[in-house]
Design a binder for this molecule. Structure first.
Ligand code: 6R9
Length: 653
């Protein structure tokens, strides 16, 4: 990166606020500053110690085999069963009566599942899979709503050594078909439908359409959730017929530490989706450790809630595997945050006494937009820690989250990681770190990350560049399913010998790390690199702005020009239409970041295009900003959003 652009970056995000850990939390924290020293003195020894959180049927011979990089083997020779570790061992330890999940359906139906019950359900499902001819090493596609059968199905697969591939319930038949086909899945587990926004939303027709052209699929196992009519095919079998009558006993066999646990597809911006492969021992070790360390989980007393969809990696690692490995009590909620009203999530927190809460910046910004009075109606005093994941959290959103949800007392942990990393990599430690709003801070103990320039040289404090991971980590992806070459090319070729995350980052004067969004989203304006994140954060710091998305559009003069899409906050909507508001915002950005970052154009919009995991699809906004037809919208959470934005654009012309 040029000197000029580094200078620009260091002008940005001047954030002086600091939030040290509450004294009580610091005193009793699961992990203290000593962990950093221990891990840097002996990284592999540190991870070996963390692996001891699990029960191994056969001990490993070697912690890491890195003789054929970038193909890693962790805990070589070790054997364990993931489902046994997540469920049975807690029951054997006398904790069968502990609640694993407080499940709540969107219509308000509830189910409390203890570890003992989870053990019985997983055993029955595992027996059913065996009866349906699923064998160790086979792939099973799972396309379910957020109902208990989803984690139960995942654990049943893990138990028998079948590799699961969970596909988001919102994806189209074509998206589902390509994923089933790529993995050559033998079985698809689905439901008639789920509930979204107060209505049944069918899933089975999508599966029917997808499996018309997937010859690998032998059976479709269907859970009845909504009771709506569905077509029946010869390949269909019903959960209530096949699973319910099975024995509640199933002897778990140990699997190799490197046995494939799951495939999860990441869409990426171009090309066919990549099947990210995670394996058994290292994955469970790092999800369990990070859940213990970052959320300071005290399994006897905490009630933990991660609001993500299990179809996203966050749900795999922090609703299913990490929390269950630690014997946590979690909330599992099926639906949307505004059904039947915008206070639904806060009522859930009050009802179950949630102490640890993990959500995404997109949700936080939505709540800011809905207004402060909504969370204020619920008693949120049980909360003691808040987490964020999925995108950079804007400083304003961080502070709002801490104030309005955490009553100004709770630490906020901003956790950076990816589908590919499998578990949290960069995050504050809640009992150690004085948090800075907007910064993911430091790599966790045992993780080696850096920010490098385009030559791969580390940037000094105050500099910006690319985020890389310099040493292998236990929960790292092992390859792209069926495509080792793509694995090497995508992640390990940009800089020799290190993992390229594809994210821009900066190191501040204290050496702490700030994430600046995907490298593909960085804008080049008159020769200056400007990150979309920083301009968005400047916009969100204006009192009348709830959310914003910024893109670089081709410009004859400056190369790229900044175009911002803005959603006004709360009741500001009516007052803010018009050129005056746009001018005010352009000046506000120029004032916060410098004139170079002043947007060329600001569009006031009602919504932004987002994926189901809440990431803004800037690619589509770039199409609008450059007056092109809109590209592929199949992975949008709500595909009507682009129509609203295009109409705005047309009426502004
Ligand atoms: C867990 C997850 C990965 C991408 C990642 C980055 C962005 C996630 C972030 C963050 C800044 C954070 N991202 N967490 N950016 N701060 N705390 O989101 O996985 O869906 O694969 O996305 O998300 O750009 O590269 P995934």
């Amino acid at each position: 990166m040029s000197e000029k652009s580094q200078e620009t970056l260091s002008n940005l995000l001047k954030e002086a606020r600091r939030f040290p850990p509450p004294a009580e939390l610091a005193e009793s924290a699961n992990v203290t500053a000593a962990a950093y020293e221990q891990a840097s003195a002996d990284r592999l020894g540190f991870w070996a110690e963390q692996a001891e959180r699990l029960e191994w049927s056969k001990p490993w011979d070697e912690v890491l085999d890195w003789s054929d990089p970038p193909f890693a083997k962790w805990f070589v020779g070790g054997e364990l069963n993931v489902a046994y570790n997540c469920v049975d061992r807690h029951v054997e330890a006398g904790l069968g009566a502990r609640v694993a999940y407080h499940w709540e359906g969107e219509p308000g139906d509830t189910r409390t599942i203890t570890y003992a019950e989870l053990q019985r359900e997983v055993a029955k499902a595992a027996n059913a899979l065996v009866e349906l001819g699923v064998e160790k090493g086979d792939r099973v596609a799972i396309y379910l709503p957020m109902i208990p059968e989803l984690p139960i199905s995942m654990l049943a697969c893990a138990r028998i050594g079948a590799t699961h591939s969970v596909v988001f319930g919102g994806f189209s038949a074509e998206a589902l078909r390509t994923r089933i086909d790529d993995a050559q899945a033998k079985l698809v587990i689905t439901a008639d439908g789920g509930y979204r926004r107060g209505k049944p939303s069918a899933l089975k027709p999508t599966v029917d359409a997808a499996v018309e052209r997937t010859p690998s699929v032998e059976h479709v196992l269907v859970v009845r959730r909504t009771g709506e009519d569905v077509a029946r095919h010869d390949r269909d079998v019903w959960w209530e017929d096949v699973v319910e009558r099975q024995s509640e006993e199933h002897a778990a066999q140990p699997h190799d530490a490197e046995h494939p646990l799951y495939i999860l597809y990441t869409s990426g911006t171009t090309g066919k989706p990549k099947g990210i492969l995670h394996t058994t021992g290292g994955y469970l070790t790092q999800t369990a450790y990070t859940h213990h360390a970052v959320f300071d989980l005290k399994p006897e007393t905490d009630v933990y809630w991660c609001s993500a969809d299990i179809g996203w990696v966050t749900g795999h690692s922090y609703i299913v595997y990490g929390p269950l490995a630690n014997g946590a009590t979690s909330v599992l909620y099926e639906g949307t945050p505004d059904t039947p009203h915008q206070g639904r999530w806060w009522e859930i927190i009050e009802r179950y006494g949630v102490t640890l809460f993990y959500t995404a910046p997109t949700a936080i910004r939505t709540f800011m937009k809905w207004g402060d009075d909504i969370p204020a109606r619920s008693d949120l005093s049980s909360l003691r820690l808040l987490g964020s994941v999925g995108e950079p959290i804007n400083p304003e959103a961080y502070v709002w989250y801490r104030e309005h949800i955490g009553a100004g007392r709770t630490p906020v942990v901003d956790t950076w990681w990816q589908t590919e990393t499998g578990a949290i990599m960069i995050s504050p430690l809640p009992g150690v770190t004085a948090g800075k709003p907007g910064a993911a801070m430091k790599p966790l103990p045992g993780i080696v990350a850096d920010v490098v320039d385009d030559q791969g040289a580390p940037v000094p404090n105050g500099g910006g560049g690319f985020l890389v991971l310099k040493e292998p980590w236990p929960s790292m992806l092992r390859t792209v399913w069926g495509d080792d070459e793509r694995f090497v090319k995508t992640y390990w070729s940009r800089f020799p010998g290190v993992y390229f995350a594809g994210d821009g980052a900066k190191r501040d004067e204290d050496g702490d790390i700030w994430l600046l969004g995907r490298v593909d989203d960085v804008m080049l304006v008159s020769g200056h690199n400007i990150s979309t994140t920083e301009v968005e954060s400047a916009l969100v710091s204006h009192p009348k702005v709830a959310e914003s998305a910024v893109v670089g559009a081709t410009d004859p003069v400056t190369g790229q020009a900044i175009v911002a899409f803005v959603i006004p906050r709360g009741s500001a909507g009516e007052e803010v239409e018009g050129d005056d508001f746009a001018a005010e915002l352009r000046n506000h950005v120029a004032h916060s970041l410098g004139p170079i970052a002043k947007p060329r154009q600001i569009m006031i919009v009602p919504e932004l295009p987002k994926t189901r995991s809440g990431k803004i699809m800037r690619r589509l906004l770039r199409d609008v900003a450059e007056n092109r037809g809109i590209g592929d919208v199949t992975t949008l959470a709500d595909s009507t959003v682009m129509d609203l934005i295009s109409q705005k654009q047309a009426s502004a012309k």
